[in-house]
Design a protein around this ligand. Structure first.
Ligand code: MG
Ligand code: MG
Length: 630
């Protein structure tokens, strides 16, 4: 598999772009004429610089408004093309992209266009150049790859071939199966891009909203399956015009891009086994059976406060690590670890972020396979030397530099709690509140990071994404997107803040980066849970009367149910599949909190409709900035 990315896809000057692209593992670039024009150096210098980074120039683009021109424009266009061929020779590349004509001067007609390309082919051949023709979705006469292919076929010239771009085909809802009958050796180049489904002008959509395959809503997998079925084994290149990426980190966007191609081809290989493209071998996406533990990093004082809060939630101390200052708290199937070590990863996490979740342990089908897949997808491995009596648990880096550990039932890993912890009989264990497992983990991040982590979770684990929802914070919008397994045993919500004044934005600022902002526990009877919590001294987030008046208006609930909800500060939601009940803790520290949920029937959401009331209630309880803690 040979991969490339267009230089327009990422930010930075040309040398920054090249460094990031090479580091991410790409083989080549598509060079945009503008990137080149802005660079202070000769075409030969640019070519050398690209090759010094270990990259090749896979494509030069764009050459516009070529086919179907009347005279005298036709002669002038051919002259212009010759000058580009000379420039390309200096750069050291032999493939140019000609996109379909958008000029109002252009004349239609397949034979006329084919004739123009035959002549261009002759001229290109004299320079040792190949020409690829791409149908833009908004081309004046040619806007469909089937028409572009017909023109290439009739031009019948060895130096003229077809360029396919998944965006142009899928945006116009053209069936990608129509690609299967094209001979693979007549396809000169393949560009890949995804995009969120938005109803808007095709050109504007393409220039601003493209994203990496797997990040949007287009069926890039079907497109690529059809391309692979032709026997095409050339370069797979990302051509991504995205306003956010152009302002983002070139390093991170390049890594995402390479990950998206490897992930795409891994899926294609499994669906279309007899393809010409060699694809890196790796285990299939990993099934997740649940959250095995969450670990907080804290100092001793903070650990006391956190422990007191856990007690009110019904947790008791269940074990102490054999060699470290690490405690295990447990209720039902929930394991919470508090780490107060003065060295190692948890401690550095505490120094940087304060008391936060520094580690998430997932229960997976195969822990080593998880790390093997994650590494093949350029995730950062994590290793910390294990002390006496400790297991080496497979791990990688996740959101905000946090760690994810993987436990499976095929090895000693399943016995980690027995092996690494001495059981504790905690006489202060409070009454059980019925919390049985972790329902979801909510990670808060800057909006620009959301696609990165979406791709991370969906490419490594057997999960799907739900549509993005807007959560209204009094200070601005927060975008929320859930990633979940089909059985609902693993659910993560990503919350992207666009400014610092929202609760989510403030949390990022106070905790110095992306982190887990809340953990939701599941109960089978939230009313019984709420009553026991009250006895344990748990302080719920107080929900105002207005919310319940509105709830009554929206759902027309029974008076008794409404009273039961109101008395216990429980929030309610309902969809076609079932009901949902939620209860929140007060904030711990700088905006972290716990949630308790009960799902009834097949309700599969997260109470998005309630989020704005919850946020407003939370903001009322927060100290104004700069005030000491009460
Ligand atoms: Mg294109
Ligand atoms: Mg939640």
């Amino acid at each position: 598999m040979k991969t490339a990315i267009a230089t327009v896809s990422i930010s930075g000057d040309l040398s920054e772009k090249l460094a990031a692209i090479a580091a991410a593992g790409f083989d080549g670039i598509e060079i945009f004429e503008n990137d080149f024009l802005a660079f202070d150096g000769s075409p030969r210098d640019v070519g050398r610089m690209v090759r010094d980074h270990g990259l090749e120039i896979s494509l030069f683009q764009p050459f516009r408004d070529f086919e179907g021109m009347p005279e005298p424009q036709r002669a002038r266009t051919l002259e212009r093309a010759e000058r580009k061929f000379e420039l390309m020779t200096e750069l050291g590349t032999d493939l140019v992209l000609v996109c379909s004509n958008c000029s109002p001067l252009s004349l239609g007609g397949v034979d006329r266009a084919a004739e123009d390309f035959r002549e261009l082919g002759d001229r290109a051949a004299r320079h040792g150049i190949r020409v690829g023709f791409e149908a833009l979705a908004w081309g004046r006469h040619v806007n469909d790859h089937r028409d572009a292919w017909e023109i290439v076929r009739r031009a019948d010239h060895p130096n003229i071939g077809l360029i396919l771009d998944s965006f142009h085909t899928l945006a116009r809802k053209i069936d990608p199966a129509s690609i299967r009958s094209i001979p693979g050796d007549r396809i000169f180049f393949v560009q890949l891009a995804d995009a969120p489904r938005i109803d808007m002008d095709l050109l504007y959509w393409s220039r601003h909203f493209r994203n990496m395959p797997g990040e949007g809503d287009l069926d890039v997998v079907s497109f690529m399956r059809a391309v692979a079925a032709t026997g095409y084994d050339g370069v797979l290149s990302l051509e991504i015009f995205n306003d956010q990426f152009r302002g983002g980190s070139p390093k991170s966007i390049s890594v995402d891009g390479h990950r998206s191609l490897v992930y795409l081809m891994d899926r294609v290989r499994r669906l279309e086994p007899d393809i010409g493209i060699t694809v890196p071998d790796m285990p299939d996406r990993i099934a997740v059976n649940g959250v095995e533990f969450i670990e907080f990093a804290a100092d001793e004082e903070e650990a006391e406060v956190l422990g007191a809060m856990l007690r009110t939630l019904g947790f008791g101390k269940a074990g102490r690590h054999v060699s470290k200052d690490v405690e295990l708290w447990r209720q039902g199937g929930i394991n919470i670890v508090i780490n107060t070590e003065r060295e190692g990863f948890a401690h550095s996490s505490y120094i940087v972020h304060g008391t936060t979740v520094c580690d998430i342990g997932l229960n997976v089908a195969d822990a080593s396979a998880t790390v093997a897949r994650a590494r093949a997808l350029s995730a950062e491995p994590f290793e910390q030397s294990s002390g006496p009596g400790e297991l080496t648990i497979p791990a990688i880096r996740g959101v905000g530099g946090g760690v994810m550990h993987f436990i499976d039932s095929n090895s000693d890993l399943a016995r980690v709690w027995e092996i690494e912890f001495r059981p504790l009989a905690d006489e202060n264990t409070p009454p059980n509140t019925g919390l049985s497992r972790i329902d979801h983990i909510a990670q808060t991040m800057n909006y620009e990071e959301m696609l990165t982590w979406l791709l991370f979770y969906t490419s490594i684990f057997k999960t799907t994404k739900t549509p993005m929802v807007d959560v209204v914070d009094p200070a601005g919008l927060v975008r929320s997107q859930a990633i979940e397994t089909e059985n609902g045993k693993f659910r993560i919500t990503l919350n992207g803040a666009e400014n610092r004044r929202t609760l989510a934005g403030r949390f990022i600022a106070e905790s110095f980066g992306s982190a887990v902002q809340h953990v939701a526990f599941a109960t089978n009877d939230i009313f019984a849970t709420a009553d026991t919590l009250a006895k344990n001294g748990f302080e719920p987030l107080v929900i105002p009367q207005n919310y319940y008046d509105d709830l009554d208006a929206r759902f027309g609930l029974e008076e008794v149910l409404l009273d039961d909800l109101r008395m216990r500060n429980i929030l309610y939601d309902r969809d076609d599949h079932g009901e949902f009940f939620q209860l929140y803790s007060r904030n711990y520290g700088e905006g972290f909190f716990f949630e308790i949920v009960e799902r009834q029937g097949a309700y599969n959401g997260y109470g998005a409709a309630n989020a704005q009331f919850r946020i407003a209630a939370q903001k009322r309880t927060m100290r104004p900035k700069g005030m000491p803690r009460a």
